[in-house]
Structure formats: structure tokens, C-alpha cells
Design a protein around this ligand. Structure first.
Ligand code: SF4
Length: 293
């Protein structure tokens, strides 16, 4: 496998398009926070699958279909390539974030094997993992974390306060409803002792109303969660409209006195930071015979 393209952001983030040995491509993004305002100041977000079968409505990767799950060595390989590329000018990686292309809980065996290798070979034993919500696997991941001592901060993509609205964004909701998911996430928090981050991406007119905020508070209040708000990163997907920074802050002000909450600091927006965007541009240009992008 090799780095096919690299784009540098103004905020020190760097996005990689990586070609696997079978010519499938995946993305990884290095994120750096030299002011140390975040828990981890130097992370790499990696892909766990080439493409994704979950098909979230807002996601460029979900729209590209599913190729295959990555092997353990291909997940670790993304880290090795990025570490080698960054050289000594970068801070050492403090954590690996499993929030790139793919649903990591649908590739549990290789993801957990990669976490063990990262600990044993590179000394990295802290991770974040984002899931669209595969309820039974959340418990399995909690047991893995407890048995190995590897810290995995779970990020659950909720994005809507009702099953009806969430199903419009995340088709998996038909299999695992919000109640089931939040119960699984609460169990995860109790088993690992770590607060679960509940991710909520605001989309204009879909999940950003006063009523949505009240419904969200009812769902989350009193549970071991921290709500993390962000805005939909405009991928040009029909029917979805971004909100402004002021809208995010207004929603934050509605919920902040009721439940623990914060606003997501996004990296790499100007370098196609959203999952799957860089790969989509590359694949479209390749299909059209365009080399420069
Ligand atoms: S958001 Fe994640 S789970 Fe959903 S389609 Fe994109 S890669 Fe898959």
C-alpha cells in the first residue's frame, strides 16, 4: 500500500488518500492541536473499510458503496505510512481515531487486532471509535477494552432525537432503535468507566428545532454521556442543508444547562475533511480521465 495523494490544511491537518495493494483506496487524516485544547493533541483518523455498506444519507463514503473490510495490516499500515511521512516534524501520535471510511463495528475482528498491534508495536493504547450504531457490537467492544486495558472512547452517531427522523439519515435505525442504542452506550460507559460521546450533527430544517432540542434532552438527561454538536459539512447532497455557526451555538445554548455538551472542533474542512470526500473526487476524476485535482 502507498500514499497516492496528500493535501495539507491551514490548521496543520493533513489528509491522505491511500491506495491498497488491490487498488482500492481509503482515506486517513492527521489532526494536530498544538495548543492542547483537546484531549489528544496529535491523532490519526483511519479507515476500517473501503467504502461502507451502512449508507448514511449525509456521507460521501456511504454514497460510494461498499468494496470490502480492511485487514489488520491495512489498518495499521495507514498509521505506519502517516508516521513515516510526518517524520520528526510532527508530535508523536497520542491516539488513533477509528472514524474514517467504514463502520468499524462491522469489521470488529480486524479493528481489535489492529488496536493490539498498535499497542504492542507503536505503544499507542488510546483510541476513539465512531459508530453509526451496531448495538450488539458495542458490548463486545466494551469487553475487549476492559480485558486488554486499551482505552477506547466511544462516539455514537445519534444525529436525531426520534427514530423516525434518524431513519431518514441512518438506515441502521430500522435494526437498532434509539432506545436500544442508548442502553448499549450506557452499558459501555458503566463497563469501561468512560463517558460516551453522543454525536449530533445539525442539519437545517431536519433536526435543529426547539422541539428537537427538548426531545434530545429527554433522551440523554441523567446518563453518562456528553453531547457533541457539529454542523453538516456540505457535501452537495440533495435535500440536506448546512446550518450556520450561529445556529450551532443557538442549539448549544438550548441544551447546555440540561446535559453535558460541547461543540465539535472540526479539522480539515478546506481539504475535503468529511469522510469519503477526497476519495470521491479522486474516483470521479479517474473515471473522467482527469489527473489534476
Ligand atoms: S457515516 Fe460512517 S457508517 Fe455512515 S455511511 Fe459514512 S462511513 Fe458508513
Amino acid at each position: 500500500m502507498k500514499i497516492l495523494r496528500k493535501i495539507q490544511g491551514h490548521d496543520l491537518s493533513e489528509k491522505y488518500l491511500i491506495e491498497l495493494d488491490d487498488q482500492n483506496t481509503v482515506e486517513a487524516i492527521y489532526m494536530c492541536d498544538p495548543e492542547r485544547t483537546l484531549t489528544f493533541s496529535s491523532t490519526l483518523c483511519v479507515s476500517s473499510q473501503a467504502g461502507c455498506a451502512v449508507g448514511c444519507a449525509f456521507c460521501a463514503t456511504g454514497r460510494q458503496g461498499f468494496a470490502r473490510s480492511l485487514e489488520e495490516k491495512e489498518i495499521v499500515g495507514q498509521v505506519l505510512l502517516a508516521v513515516k511521512d510526518g517524520g520528526k516534524k510532527r508530535m508523536p501520535l497520542e491516539a488513533v481515531v477509528f472514524a474514517g471510511m467504514g463502520e468499524p463495528l462491522y469489521n470488529m475482528e480486524n479493528v481489535t487486532a489492529a488496536m493490539l498491534s498498535l499497542r504492542d508495536e507503536l505503544g499507542i493504547s488510546r483510541h476513539e471509535l465512531a459508530t453509526a450504531g451496531v448495538a450488539p457490537k458495542i458490548g463486545e467492544m466494551a469487553r475487549f477494552s476492559r480485558e486488554t486495558g486499551i482505552m477506547i472512547r466511544l462516539n455514537l452517531s445519534l444525529h436525531a432525537p426520534t427514530d423516525e427522523k434518524r431513519a431518514q439519515l441512518i438506515p441502521l435505525t430500522a435494526r437498532y432503535d434509539i432506545k436500544t442504542l442508548l442502553n448499549a452506550a450506557e452499558e459501555y460507559a458503566h463497563m469501561t468507566g468512560a463517558t460516551v460521546r453522543v454525536r449530533y450533527m445539525l442539519i437545517r430544517g431536519l433536526n435543529d428545532s426547539e422541539e428537537d432540542a427538548r426531545a434530545l434532552i429527554r433522551r440523554l438527561r441523567g446518563r453518562p454521556f456528553k453531547l457533541i454538536l457539529s454542523g453538516y459539512n456540505d457535501n452537495g447532497i440533495a435535500g440536506l442543508e448546512p446550518v450556520s455557526r450561529a445556529d450551532i451555538e443557538a442549539f448549544y445554548n438550548r441544551v447546555k444547562g440540561e446535559i453535558p455538551c460541547g461543540i465539535f472542533r472540526s479539522f480539515g474542512a478546506e481539504i475535503a475533511g468529511g469522510c469519503g470526500q477526497l476519495r470521491r473526487i479522486y474516483c470521479e476524476n479517474k473515471r473522467d480521465g482527469v489527473e489534476i485535482w
